[in-house]
Write a protein that binds this ligand. Structure first.
Ligand SMILES: Cc1cc2nc3c(=O)[nH]c(=O)nc-3n(C[C@H](O)[C@H](O)[C@H](O)COP(=O)(O)O)c2cc1C
Length: 377
């Protein structure tokens, strides 16, 4: 019987060759001004050799002014040629895998302190709150970047609403701004749903969706019922996801946690299966609520073959459509191809946490368990 992991999947009129998704993984690999240079091309060429179903291009900023890392990618008109080259190079190696770029604005997680901005007033008093006009400008930047992504030849965009960046902040019950971007769910969802809707309408066949932190584990965060609540209650975030689906989103990439409050939920370490199982439960819940929307599940990196057992079980039971691998895609870029051919040994992620530490140090990220030096430099 055919392995369910290698069953094709239709999304927005396109076909993914299998159910392996390489999740967006920031590698801090850009050239000056956020350009997609040789290091970025080399990294995604390596993934193109891996037989993935979907490859997400790491968090890529819609503006040069608010980037999380010194060498974070920026999708701007000025950088377009580099992104075109990256896509062409990827597609010349693997024309079947779907290549989707994750668009982001880093908000209060932006790099040098002076570039930090936030969506709502709170105790971080040295960080300015974006005005309504500035948020409209952020919306415009996302629209422009979605257009550039289409022009560059990407198969789609992921409008990021996870892990504490600006898109996430806007969705939180904590966002009680008094203008059109805060308060009721429709307002909190407005910026992202407008981008999704415009991208779906303007570019038929383009794949559009969002990666959400559906429960952040912080007071007033996504997945709670109000600004003063910390316990999980997914009703609010379900309504927001419903607005995205209504706007035309083809996929929801379900994640959880936020590095500042709940990093373990976001990237479970060894023996933290409860976090991983919670993530699987979230994906199952959203699949149940939105059966016609493609669901991508997170945290499939377990460090061994149990990741494949989980993936097969969750996909065959209809709990998710794709199994998303983050750290495993860094440890072994050719992971799905190796599973298919059963010839070469797999480089299992050791869950050592060194990739996260490299990111925190703001240097190039790669898998130190298998490479003495950055293989993409
Ligand atoms: C070094 C590093 C970089 C990451 N970069 C991104 C990113 O750009 N966008 C994103 O949505 N998630 C990012 N994540 C989160 C991963 O995509 C993934 O959700 C997380 O590692 C858990 O999945 P896993 O258990 O399969 O690794 C990153 C995680 C790590 C460790």
């Amino acid at each position: 019987m055919k392995d369910i992991l290698f069953k094709t999947y239709q999304i927005s009129g396109r076909k993914a060759p299998n159910r392996f998704a390489a999740q967006p993984m920031e590698t801090n690999c850009a050239g000056p001004g956020g350009a997609a240079g040789d290091m970025a091309v080399n990294r995604y060429n390596a993934l193109a050799e891996g037989n993935w179903g979907i490859v997400f291009l790491e968090a890529t900023s819609v503006t040069e002014s608010h980037v999380a890392r010194s060498n974070g990618l920026v999708l701007s008109r000025k950088n377009l040629d580099g992104f075109k080259k990256l896509v062409d190079s990827f597609k010349s190696i693997d024309e079947k895998a779907l290549l989707i770029v994750q668009l982001t604005h880093s908000g209060r997680l932006s790099g040098p302190p002076l570039t930090k901005v936030k969506a709502y007033e709170d105790e971080e008093s040295d960080v300015p709150v974006l005005t309504e006009k500035e948020l409209q400008e952020v919306l415009n930047r996302h629209l422009e970047a979605a257009g550039l992504a289409h022009e560059a030849g990407f198969d789609g965009v992921d409008v990021k609403t996870c892990h504490g960046y600006l898109g996430t902040e806007l969705l939180r019950p904590l966002n009680q701004r008094k203008d059109t971007f805060g308060g009721p769910v429709e307002n909190r969802a407005r910026l992202i749903s407008s981008v999704i809707n415009a991208a779906v309408r303007n570019f038929p066949g383009f794949i559009v969706g969002t990666r959400m932190s559906v429960y952040e584990g912080m007071r007033g965060g996504c997945g709670t019922s109000g600004p003063g609540e910390i316990l999980e209650n997914l009703e609010d975030v379900k309504r927001i996801a419903g607005i995205f689906v209504e706007a035309g989103a083809h996929f929801l990439n379900i994640s959880g946690g936020v590095p500042t409050h709940n990093a373990r939920l976001l990237r479970p370490a060894k023996n933290e299966d409860f976090c991983r199982l919670s993530q699987f439960r979230y994906a199952r819940q959203f699949k149940e609520w939105f059966p016609d929307t493609t669901i991508i599940g997170s945290t499939y990196t377990t460090g061994d073959g149990s990741s494949l057992d989980y993936a097969r079980e969750n996909i065959s039971k209809g709990y998710t459509d794709f199994a998303g691998f983050g750290r495993q895609s860094l440890a072994d870029t050719r992971f799905p191809g190796k599973i298919k051919d059963e010839r070469e040994p797999i480089q299992w992620c050791t869950l050592c946490g060194r990739c996260s530490r490299l990111l925190a140090k703001d240097v190039n990220v790669y898998c130190e368990s298998y490479h003495a030096d950055n293989p993409y430099a």
